[in-house]
Design a protein around this ligand. Structure first.
Ligand SMILES: CC(C)(COP(=O)(O)OP(=O)(O)OC[C@H]1O[C@@H](n2cnc3c(N)ncnc32)[C@H](O)[C@@H]1OP(=O)(O)O)[C@@H](O)C(=O)NCCC(=O)NCCS
Length: 141
């Protein structure tokens, strides 16, 4: 598996993942985030297929936030999500960031377990447009 910064060439495959795991992320959003260099893809070396991606944003220009991690269902539970986050952390560390925020829907048990496994500590929850969202924070090591 290769972990690399996404380019415009990966957009259609990222969009295909968004159709399977649909959080209503518009194509224009994905396009902008790829252009900004904030999307990391996991690419299967043999098939050259995009298996998953991670996307971060930087709130207020100084608080990195892990916005999305998606791994195609047949490839889940093989540490691809963990490696995507680790690649994002490496990049953020080089840029001098010390902490990473994340969040998930309060009742998304898989995501809560995933974030805890990555070393995120739970923070508070707030009611968003779609329902309750729980926030997490971790040190970038
Ligand atoms: C959450 C998600 C990204 C995890 O990716 P993944 O590659 O399957 O995760 P990993 O293999 O790196 O899992 C690391 C750890 O997270 C936890 N975890 C992951 N999937 C889990 C599941 N289905 N049930 C319980 N714990 C889970 C486990 O602790 C796991 O370690 P283990 O397999 O040694 O027990 C993936 O399930 C996914 O794409 N889900 C749909 C989208 C989503 O909810 N994204 C997160 C919020 S944006």
């Amino acid at each position: 598996m290769k972990y690399t910064q996404a380019t415009a060439d990966h957009l259609s495959e990222i969009e295909a993942i968004n159709e399977i795991i649909d959080y209503g992320n518009p194509e224009s959003f994905m396009k902008e985030e790829i252009a900004a260099g904030r999307v990391i893809v996991a690419v299967d070396g043999a098939e050259d297929e995009v298996i998953g991606y991670g996307l971060y944003q930087v709130i207020w220009g100084n608080n990195p936030f892990l916005a999305l991690v998606k791994v195609k269902p047949p490839h889940q539970r093989q540490k691809i999500g963990t490696n995507l986050v680790s690649e994002i952390e490496k990049k953020l560390k080089k840029e001098g960031f010390k902490k990473l925020l994340s969040s998930c829907e309060l009742d998304n048990r898989v995501s809560v377990d995933f974030q805890k496994s990555l070393g995120f500590e739970p923070g508070g929850s707030i009611e968003m447009v779609h329902g309750w969202e729980r926030f997490f924070i971790k040190d970038i090591k």
